[in-house]
Design a protein around this ligand. Structure first.
Ligand SMILES: Cc1cc2nc3c(=O)[nH]c(=O)nc-3n(C[C@H](O)[C@H](O)[C@H](O)COP(=O)(O)OP(=O)(O)OC[C@H]3O[C@@H](n4cnc5c(N)ncnc54)[C@H](O)[C@@H]3O)c2cc1C
Length: 567
């Protein structure tokens, strides 16, 4: 476990692995992808048909890649860079750059339960390695610093008793309030009826509840002090108090699917995944010549620029205007950027979506997030303190401004990187007005209070790189997090790919990506919703899956997300 506060169910080799199979839509995307029959076929008369794919992040690139394999011609529009929130940057002009070191400004750690994501990681030949989360087995050491008191630990047993009390409270609370072991077993066994039985009751009972309210309602969390510590060191990767106002259903999805556990990073950076898919020439491809790639299908091997307008034209077609002034009309389009883009940056016809979908788009709630990385000369944190024999510095969780500090080693005596601070929500907004250097100064001061004997600054060999996702022109926050009462909105967005159920004049544009997923903030959801949209486009163009490999839309009625009454 990487958890400071481990989950109730412990792993044994005898259990099937946990995957992001449900709980809302228990469909085996990993099996669908692995099946030799492929994802489906479209009639030959449609081969070469252009489909607009708006957004060249992971979701857009996965959708475009699969549509190309079916013989369609994806036209990808990207306002920023291929990769989107899989953004890997270098440290220009430093020895760290020469050593190939990079910093992950968006996603940086992926749970093994992300099996559809893993399909594409393997496909493009990327390697992963354990990510140094708090108390993870491969993490050399962890320091938890709260209210000015620091504790050095290799395992949770090294922390004071109160941390184990908090851990037990969380486990008990999940068991009492959310049938944790039962759901964990059902998800491992892919027992769809059982998953649906447990989840439908919880959705009904808990949609109105915040994460914090759920803790307060539990006998196990009567102590304010325990709730406070839990908020600061949390479970999985660390403090979750910035999530306290969110719907508890969001948190349950994370813990059931072990999204926050056993993380691995992508060697060389996660942005390589969509970039490699863009360049990849699939072995199996219909209509196009062997050797065709997405890059090859685009002028100058580049996506088209930002979309500025989306509207409907005769025959229910979707007309796309881009920043170069180019206007093209499509039978089908997939929109994968953040939903709020449709409210401001892209001029849209009201008729693109039914009014209830517009409400869901408007009500979307995002988490803010900031990160700052510095390159350093070597992993000096592994030097031993002469007095204590401990590492001089450790992966650090704190209630100070930095919140989470990650030490990213690339081998002894080689340049390395430190993520001095990774924050969410209010903790992220605290950094917003500060420049990169101002942020770094505050971070070094905070860390100096925890490690008075360590001179971090003398090891820094280049300028800091930083991001606040809420301040990026083509991203309006880091990732979505539903608030209480948002279940119905999320359901509308996720199920939008089942367009036979929409009025005819509202079809043809498909929503996909992180906002549409049940597990926003996890790249797996971007992949899963891309595959839903691919199924939707294929179906609209008269195509079908092979009977031996039914797609998400083929089995929709058996596993559809539970519906809550509107009145
Ligand atoms: C700080 C942070 C930490 C994260 N941590 C993790 C993690 O540890 N593990 C994990 O699994 N996931 C993590 N995620 C989530 C993961 O990054 C996302 O789920 C995934 O990258 C989303 O892909 P997407 O294609 O849905 O969206 P995006 O990556 O946002 O892609 C959408 C694309 O649309 C483009 N665009 C916007 N407007 C327009 C327009 N008008 N025209 C054309 N293009 C446009 C954008 O430039 C962008 O490239 C994290 C995300 C962030 C921000």
């Amino acid at each position: 476990m990487t958890s400071t506060v481990p989950n109730a169910v412990q792993h044994t080799d005898a259990q099937p692995p946990i995957t992001m199979f449900g709980p809302d839509f228990p469909y085996a995307y990993d099996d669908f992808l692995a099946h030799p029959a492929g994802l489906g076929q479209i009639p030959a008369t449609e081969h070469g048909t252009e489909v607009a794919v708006i957004g060249g992040g992971l979701s857009g690139i996965v959708a475009a890649y699969e549509l190309m394999k079916m013989g369609l011609k994806p036209v990808v529009y990207e306002a920023d860079e291929i990769g989107g929130r899989l953004r890997t940057v270098g440290f220009e002009g430093t020895p760290a750059e020469a050593a190939g070191l990079t910093a992950e400004m968006g996603a940086m750690r992926f749970p093994p339960s992300s099996t559809a994501l893993q399909h594409y990681i393997d496909l493009v030949g990327l390697e992963t390695r354990p990510f140094p989360n708090p108390l993870a087995p491969e993490t050399p050491s962890t320091v938890v610093d709260l209210k000015g008191e620091s504790h050095y630990a290799n395992t949770v047993d090294d922390l004071p008793q109160v941390y184990r009390d908090v851990m037990n409270a969380w486990n008990a609370c999940l068991e009492e309030g959310a049938d944790f072991s039962d759901m964990n077993r059902a998800m491992r066994e892919r027992d769809v009826p059982r998953i649906r039985e447990i989840w439908s009751k919880l959705v009904d009972k808990l949609d109105n509840q915040t994460f914090y309210g759920f803790l307060c309602d539990s006998e196990s969390f009567k102590s304010f002090r325990h709730r406070e510590i839990f908020g600061q060191v949390g479970f999985g990767t660390g403090g979750w108090d910035t999530d306290f106002p969110n719907s508890i259903l969001e948190i349950l999805r994370v813990v059931y699917t072990e999204a926050d556990d056993h993380h691995r990073g992508i060697v060389g950076g996660s942005q390589q995944l969509p970039v490699r898919l863009w360049e990849r020439e699939p072995e199996k491809i219909v209509h196009w010549a062997y050797g065709t790639s997405l890059a090859e299908l685009h002028d100058s091997r580049k996506p088209r620029p930002a979309v500025t307008r989306l509207h409907r034209t005769a025959g229910n077609h979707i007309t796309v205007t881009d920043a170069s002034g180019d206007i093209r009309t499509y039978q089908a389009a997939i929109f994968t950027a953040q939903s709020w883009m449709l409210l401001s940056k892209v001029a849209c016809d009201d008729s693109l979506f039914p009014i209830d979908h517009w409400t869901a788009i408007e009500r979307t709630h995002y988490m803010e997030s900031s990160k700052l990385f510095v390159p350093v000369d070597r992993p000096f944190w592994l030097d031993k303190d002469e007095e204590t024999g401990r590492d001089t510095m450790s992966m650090t969780l704190t209630d100070r401004m930095t919140r989470g500090t990650y030490l990213l080693d690339d081998g002894p005596d080689k340049p390395a990187t430190i993520c001095l601070s990774y924050t969410w929500c209010d903790d992220s907004l605290k950094w917003l007005p500060l420049s990169a250097n101002e942020r770094m100064e505050v971070m070094l001061k905070s860390l100096g209070e925890i490690y008075p004997k360590v001179d971090i600054r003398k090891h820094i060999i280049g300028n800091p790189v930083t991001v606040s996702w809420e301040n990026e022109p083509y991203f309006m926050g880091a990732f979505k997090a539903n608030l209480p009462g948002h279940y119905r909105y999320q359901r509308r967005l996720f199920t939008h790919f089942m367009q036979d159920r929409l009025p005819e004049d509202k079809r043809g544009i498909f929503l996909a990506g992180d906002d549409i997923s049940w597990t926003a903030g996890w790249a797996e959801g971007a992949v899963q919703t891309a595959l839903n949209a691919v199924w939707g486009v294929m179906h609209q163009l008269g195509g079908a899956t092979d009977g031996t490999n039914p797609g998400p839309g083929d089995v929709y009625d058996e596993i559809a997300p539970v519906e809550l009454p509107e009145d």
